[in-house]
Design a protein around this ligand. Sequence first.
Ligand code: R5P
Length: 266
Amino acid sequence: MDWGMKNRLSRIIKPEDGRAVMLAVDHGYFLGPTSGLEEPRKTIAPLLPHADSIMLTRGVLRTSVDPAANVPVVLRVSGGTSILKELSNEDITVSIEDAIRLNVSAMALSIFVGSEFEKQTLVSLTKLVDEGERHGIPVLAVTAVGKDMARDVRYLGLACRIAAELGAHIVKTYHCDDFDKLVESCPIPVIIAGGKKTPELEALELTFNAVRGGAVGVDMGRNIFQSDSPTGMIRAVRAIVHDKATVKQAYDIYQGSKSGKARKAG
Ligand code: R5P
């Protein structure tokens, strides 16, 4: 692995502890103005100081993130479909030149293993890896789960292993029972998505269990920006991922941030 690739990876997975807190705000690429992200700039700005990196599209990056913020960027480079159509019908949507121009630390693309357009998305992954290798930019494969797919270790393990075999540098998936077996059979770092909004305590338990099971961290979106205290939640998640906090300690951080807000308002 060359110097540029290693340097970029170290901006995402912190070398101090081998862990990562990514803030995922790319949902609009197929969901449009989803709840909590109606005005991306307003959502993103207060969360940036607590994120190791941010995952988003080039449109939101250009319009809604200060270039001086100096946050490592994981650029979503796949898409081309919407919630109204077959989601697996994705292609690469950003040229490597633009990714370089935007000074990204990694490129992210979804693979839809088992879905109608499985082959198209897997071949796109290999093309992106080839471009990334040429320019020293790591590729994050997102194991997108089709409507009919079970989110179990058999299926997610299959998708993660395929991503690794095809050359991805990091893979993002969902937490599941026997998650440690998935991590053992995947030779690249595994990061977990948060999934749909759940009560804060559950999202923190998910984070704790994922890290305990071998995930390098989270790429979390809705459970942060749809929380009643997004800053409290990202700080709580961060405490688990980087500071070995228990679920209770992390939940106290979230609760504390909520009561601080209430005091200020009162
Ligand atoms: C999904 O298509 C996106 O890649 C999201 O970034 C990913 O699902 C993580 O966000 P969340 O924690 O909301 O699931």
